[in-house]
Design a protein around this ligand. Structure first.
Ligand SMILES: CCCCCCN(CO)Cc1c[nH]c2c(N)ncnc12
Length: 228
């Protein structure tokens, strides 16, 4: 078994590498991949860079080139659900791409032929996350995450995404990672800690809480590794 632990930004992966301690750095396909053994488990760790294209490349590389057999994503997200506040954790039950749009042909938002609006995450790891949350004394919300190639800082856009996809949170990589892992038949788990409310103050909130929220998510994901 080899577990991929992925983020999008250096701040999302830094707390993982700190926890792991020692690792080998491999340069490949315009990115850096960190190989380590953590409590007897083989890991490959990387941040993809932001957005669906970079995250697709990294998720595919971690599986196809580094041989990952499970993938855990750790990062931050913007809240849509009013029940999600800065620092809260959300586990994705399924993900969509909110900026995928061929509605001109009568298709629903997020759908293209031979694709699907939603990709579901691994149910076993969702169950495992409940045990981890209990052991940490943390409450973790399960919900739908919508992904798009835009930093959302607009109440109207946020609410449209919420109502169109039933999404509880939004970000820029999970939906593409989901397509990759599903196509390659690799169980995957997407965890995000809230950094902002995807409203007009989002960029300021993101800047203020990125580091602390990323650490929250990373701590949880590393506890997941212990259970896998
Ligand atoms: C330098 C700017 C980096 C933005 C990267 C944000 N990540 C993308 O995965 C998560 C995220 C947190 N809040 C968001 C929001 N309001 N809209 C989109 N994505 C997010």
């Amino acid at each position: 078994m080899k577990i991929a632990i992925m983020g999008a930004m250096p701040e999302e992966v830094a707390p993982i590498l700190e926890k792991v301690g020692s690792y080998k750095t491999v340069e490949y396909a315009g990115n850096r991949y960190y190989e380590a053994t953590y409590r007897g488990v083989e890991l490959v760790i990387a941040y993809s860079k932001i957005g669906k294209v970079f995250s697709t490349l990294t998720a595919t590389t971690m599986i196809e080139h580094f041989g990952a057999t499970k993938l855990l994503f750790s990062g931050v997200a913007g809240a849509i659900s009013p029940s999600l506040k800065v620092g809260d954790l959300i586990v994705a039950t399924k993900l969509s791409q909110h900026d995928l749009d061929i509605t001109a042909f009568g298709h629903p938002f997020g759908y293209v032929p031979e694709g699907s609006v939603f990709v579901e995450t691994d149910k076993e790891m969702i169950e495992m996350s409940k045990e981890v949350a209990a052991s940490m004394g943390k409450s973790v919300q399960e919900g739908i995450i919508a992904t798009g190639d835009q930093f959302v800082a607009n109440e109207e856009r946020k609410n449209w995404i919420g109502s169109t996809f039933g999404a509880d949170a939004l970000e820029m990589e999970g939906g593409s990672v989901a397509v990759v892992c599903s196509a390659l038949n690799v169980p995957f788990f997407i965890l995000r800690a809230i950094s902002d409310a995807a409203d007009m103050d989002a960029s300021f909130s993101f800047d203020e809480f990125l580091e602390t929220s990323a650490k929250e998510s990373a701590e949880f994901v590393m506890n997941m590794v212990d259970k896998i």
